[in-house]
Design a binder for this molecule. Structure first.
Ligand code: UT7
Length: 325
């Protein structure tokens, strides 16, 4: 047996904030945002809607798609998020309670935007070690609650969404074939949000919102999307030609295009939905994958490449052979 993805559900709030809407209260333009990022609009959570709420709705979508039985045997819930409801209790425990997984282990994982891939690797390890039969891996974010709306260079990028996947045993020849995970804390200050009394090494106090040096993160992203992808493909024993679909972190069209070119992939093998959702951090890959599945772009035995980068600075890439459930 191998370990793979047994089911997927997603949720995005219904409220849409377009680039034109942003123009009404920020010194920006639809032209600047679309040409520099590829983003046209993003979804905004309600004031009283938090990460656990979005996560529960993604699980409801998972149940609609796959039936109640999909959660049978789930012994752990991991919520990868950068915007948890609270420091404690952890969001996963709240979600497990709300979806009726009484007694399942629950913990949150904070690893920037690659958090859902990090959590998937945890889940694979738990399943293969015989510790859990199945693990529910959720990426959920309410980033629009922590952006500084006065900072046009970051506020325009982010959106809210959630994705929930069940990871468990699949037939041999399918499932996760490789994981590449990494972090470089020396770049931690380029994408930062304070927790308690944290401050930068130079003594600058950071407010409770996202600070980002976009250019530095951009350079890092272009480099690491390429190197992590190549390493994950090699570790999987494959050649880039054998990748059916590239599902990258939906941060910036120019970053995705640079990785696509370096891997020699045509656009029809790339999933992109950032135009409608912006950067939803840990939710971005499951959200994009669900769209590809719904569009019939993923078939049994297809090799999918996921790659992400984010605050830490962190990166992650994995190759998954679809199917085998
Ligand atoms: O999940 C990880 C999250 N982080 C990322 O993915 C961020 C990666 N970085 C990026 O995507 C890009 O660096 C940005 C989209 C953030 C910025 O694009 P850029 O091409 O690197 O622009 P820039 O920062 O070099 O700024 C160019 C100009 C500046 O004006 P001046 O100094 O040339 O006069 C900015 O002030 O664009 C200005 N600018 C804007 N103008 C209109 C910055 N943000 C905006 C804006 N609207 N929203």
């Amino acid at each position: 047996m191998a370990t793979g993805l047994l089911g997927l559900g997603v949720y995005a709030p219904s409220k849409v904030l377009t680039n034109k809407d942003l123009e009404s209260f920020m010194d920006t333009s639809d032209e600047w945002i679309t040409s520099r990022t590829g983003i046209s609009e993003r979804r905004i959570s309600e004031p009283n809607e938090y990460v656990s709420d979005l996560a529960v709705k993604a699980v409801e979508n998972l149940l609609q798609r796959h039936g109640e039985g999909i959660l049978d045997g789930v012994e752990q819930v991991i919520v990868a998020t950068n915007t948890p409801d609270a420091f404690f209790p952890n969001t996963a425990a709240l979600v497990a309670d709300q979806i009726g997984l009484k007694g399942a282990a629950g913990y949150d994982l904070l690893a920037g935007c690659p958090g859902w891939l990090y959590a998937s690797s945890q889940a694979v390890g738990q399943v293969e070690a015989g510790i859990a039969e199945k693990v529910l891996v959720i990426g959920s974010e309410v980033l629009t609650k922590i952006v500084d709306w006065r900072d046009r260079s970051t506020a325009v990028l982010f959106g809210d969404a959630a994705g929930a996947a069940v990871i468990g045993k699949v037939r041999e020849g399918h499932g996760f074939r490789s994981f590449v995970l990494g972090a470089d804390g020396s770049g931690g200050n380029t994408l930062h949000m304070s927790a308690l009394a944290s401050s930068l090494p130079d003594g600058t106090r950071m407010g409770p919102s996202i600070y980002m040096n976009g250019r530095e993160v951009f350079k890092f992203a272009v480099r690491v999307m390429d190197t992590a992808s190549v390493e994950a493909i090699e570790k999987a024993g494959l050649h880039p030609d054998e990748i059916s679909l590239f599902v990258p972190h939906q941060a910036n069209e120019r970053i995705i295009n640079a990785a696509r070119e370096r891997l020699g992939l045509s656009w029809d093998r790339v999933v992109m939905n950032l135009d409608r959702y912006g950067n939803t951090s840990t939710a971005s890959i499951p959200l994009a994958l669900a769209e590809a599945l719904d569009a019939g772009k993923v078939g049994q035995g297809d090799n999918l490449l996921f790659v992400s980068f984010g605050a830490g600075l962190t990166w992650a890439a994995t190759v998954l052979t679809w199917g085998g459930a």
